[in-house]
Write a protein that binds this ligand. Structure first.
Ligand SMILES: [Zn+2]
Length: 307
């Protein structure tokens, strides 16, 4: 399952290939890939044709191509001649378990799990959505102001910024932790508080911050909250650094895992292996039908716990 860093790697990879180009056509080869586009595949294709693509954006695990009106000039943010046209819609992508966005020569062979293909008016590289398990999806949605005021696709409007975004509001996050009566791991997975922190990064951040996953958020000090946020930012940035080197070629790929997972995990998936700080075997607890991995010594269970 791609987590935020993998999605960010895809976003960065796409940036140089699609920004400023005009969509010629969108071909839907499997209706399931656009099942969340309520008006159907023909409408999906119709809303993309002729649109100018602005720089790809991301929030949490959602990535999107902002769509400018037909014929608009794309002006990069912060450049002379700007600001350019505002997007009115966006093509939103959720990669699900196995979704890939691939860029390449338009006449190359078609993968058997090709679901959607976008061509561009310049006749150059096309963009393909390949998804073996079809849990991912694409849709075109209106853009609306988010809670922090930027323009995002409507289905993303309720999601809080993620900790790698400039728009992330630390004070609002700390205040929400004090208000919520929940455990810290549940809070980290709550997309309305902070987005993009999946199960793996939550466990890694809590291990690094030396906090138990069931710690009641209202009992956390400001220093503890800062520590866990900084740890989340650090592990996600480290994963980005590893994944961020592979898209020099005419190929953008996400397959759920970057090399980070094999090399650098300290807690997640390491049941009974020694903690690299203290040597105590890592424990695994049941958590929301999944698992939480932590060090019994570095992350002692709180006297009062919230599961
Ligand atoms: Zn330990």
């Amino acid at each position: 399952m791609p987590e935020l860093p993998e999605v960010e790697v895809v976003r960065r990879g796409l940036e140089s290939w699609v920004t400023g180009r005009t969509v010629a056509s969108a071909e839907v080869l499997h209706p399931r890939a656009v099942r969340r586009h309520e008006e159907g595949p023909a409408d999906f294709a119709g809303r993309l044709a002729g649109r100018v693509v602005a720089r790809p954006k991301r929030r949490g695990k959602y990535m999107w191509l902002p769509l400018l009106p037909e014929g608009a000039d794309y002006v990069p943010e912060g450049e002379a001649g700007g600001p350019g046209a505002e997007p009115t819609e966006a093509m939103l992508a959720h990669l699900g378990m196995s979704g890939q966005l691939l860029v390449g020569e338009p006449d190359r062979e078609r993968h058997k799990h090709l679901r959607v293909r976008l061509t561009f008016t310049d006749g150059g590289s096309d963009l393909r959505f390949v998804d073996q398990r079809t849990f991912g999806h694409l849709l075109v949605a209106d853009v609306v102001p988010s809670r922090v005021g930027d323009l995002v696709p409507a289905p993303v409007a309720h999601i809080a910024p993620d900790p790698l975004e400039d728009a992330f509001d630390e004070e609002a996050f700390f205040a929400a932790l004090k208000r919520r009566r929940t455990g810290i791991k549940r809070a980290l997975l709550d997309q309305s508080l902070i987005s993009g922190v999946g199960n793996i990064y939550a466990d890694e951040a809590l291990w690094q911050a030396k906090l138990h996953w069931a710690r009641p958020t209202e009992t956390m000090t400001r220093a503890e909250a800062s520590r866990v946020l900084a740890a989340a930012q650090e592990v996600m940035a480290a994963a980005l650094g590893v994944g961020g080197t592979s898209f020099d070629a005419l190929y953008v790929n996400v397959n759920g895992e970057s090399g980070y997972f094999e090399r650098s995990l300290e807690a997640y998936g390491r049941r009974d292996e020694p903690c690299s700080r203290c040597g105590t075997p890592i424990r695994r607890d049941e958590f929301m039908n999944r698992s939480s991995y932590s060090c019994p010594k570095c992350q002692p269970r709180p006297r009062r716990a919230r599961y």
